[in-house]
Ligand binder design. Structure first.
Ligand SMILES: NC(=O)c1ccc[n+]([C@@H]2O[C@H](COP(=O)([O-])OP(=O)(O)OC[C@H]3O[C@@H](n4cnc5c(N)ncnc54)[C@H](OP(=O)(O)O)[C@@H]3O)[C@@H](O)[C@H]2O)c1
Length: 251
């Protein structure tokens, strides 16, 4: 059995990845504030176990208990593979840094950076005895590499997540069965996050019209298409430990 812990699997890219991982030999342990009925129904029809753990990942205080609850579903000694997909994220707050509300900055970094850091830390600790494959996939963004006017929080969180994955990879080098990590930018995907980007004030995000144009010219990638590529990469030999890449350079 392979086990997948997926954050933000209720919709968008996370749901796209989870749908692609439906298999009777897979168990999907999903974290989000809401559930995907579509995922649960399709999985049930194919004999794949899916459990949703309703949780707000901007609150770090319950993450340890959340992982305890999830690991009760994992047979560590028999696991062929155990995977963590850090996908949940937000674009808010968007705007110049001097206009930030401190609470918004805190929520953003807790969700986009602190939560994946804590989930990864606990994942590594709890999976120590697993002899099968152990992988962490961090969903990155082109914003991790390039500064965008109005996206100070988002760029910083994604850049931090990329570096955190690389640090894990560095630490795992001496392990007999290391946890492998990879950061992957998924392309521009037609999700609620893109809707949020298109509805920001042009003064807060000066590139807004470019994203409107991408949507109107049909250039956004469907979550199912991006999810398929990422799920394939997660399970393949092309998963390069310690790498930070763009899925468009891989598939
Ligand atoms: N869309 C793009 O073009 C694009 C491009 C590059 C990178 N990405 C990255 O891809 C990832 C997924 O984004 P998306 O486009 O699929 O966004 P989305 O459609 O807005 O989905 C975000 C997911 O994260 C979950 N989430 C949000 N806030 C949460 C919270 N406080 N606690 C727990 N879960 C929370 C949401 O579930 P609930 O609302 O049910 O909690 C949802 O499942 C993000 O890391 C994003 O930065 C997206």
């Amino acid at each position: 059995m392979k086990y997948f812990i997926i954050t933000g699997a209720s919709k968008g890219l996370g749901e796209g990845i989870a749908l692609e991982l439906i298999d009777e030999n897979h168990t999907l342990l999903c974290i989000a504030r809401s559930k995907s009925e579509k995922l649960m129904q399709l999985a049930a029809g194919k004999g794949c176990k899916v459990v949703f753990f309703p949780y707000d990942l901007s609150d770090h205080s319950g993450i340890s208990k959340l992982m305890d609850d999830m690991f009760k579903y994992i047979q560590l000694t028999e696991a062929e593979g155990i995977y963590l997909v850090n996908n949940a994220g937000t674009i808010h707050p968007v705007g110049r840094v001097e206009d930030y509300d401190p609470d918004d900055v805190k929520i953003h970094l807790h969700l986009n950076l602190l939560a994946p850091m804590l989930l990864s830390a606990i994942f590594i600790k709890k999976s120590k005895g697993v002899s099968g494959t152990k992988r962490i996939l961090n969903i990155s963004s082109g914003a991790a590499q390039n500064p965008y006017y109005g996206w100070g929080c988002y760029c910083t969180g994604k850049a931090g997540l990329d570096m955190f994955g690389r640090c894990i990879s560095e630490e795992q080098q001496g392990e007999a069965n290391p946890v492998e990590t990879m950061g992957v930018a998924p392309g521009i995907i037609d999700t609620d996050m893109q809707t949020a980007i298109r509805s920001t004030d042009e003064r807060a995000f000066i590139h807004r019209s470019k994203f409107v144009e991408l949507k109107e010219s049909g250039q956004l990638i469907a979550p199912a298409v991006a999810g398929k590529k990422l799920a394939k990469l997660l399970l393949s030999d092309e998963f390069k430990d310690g790498a930070v890449t763009d899925i468009r350079d891989t598939y």
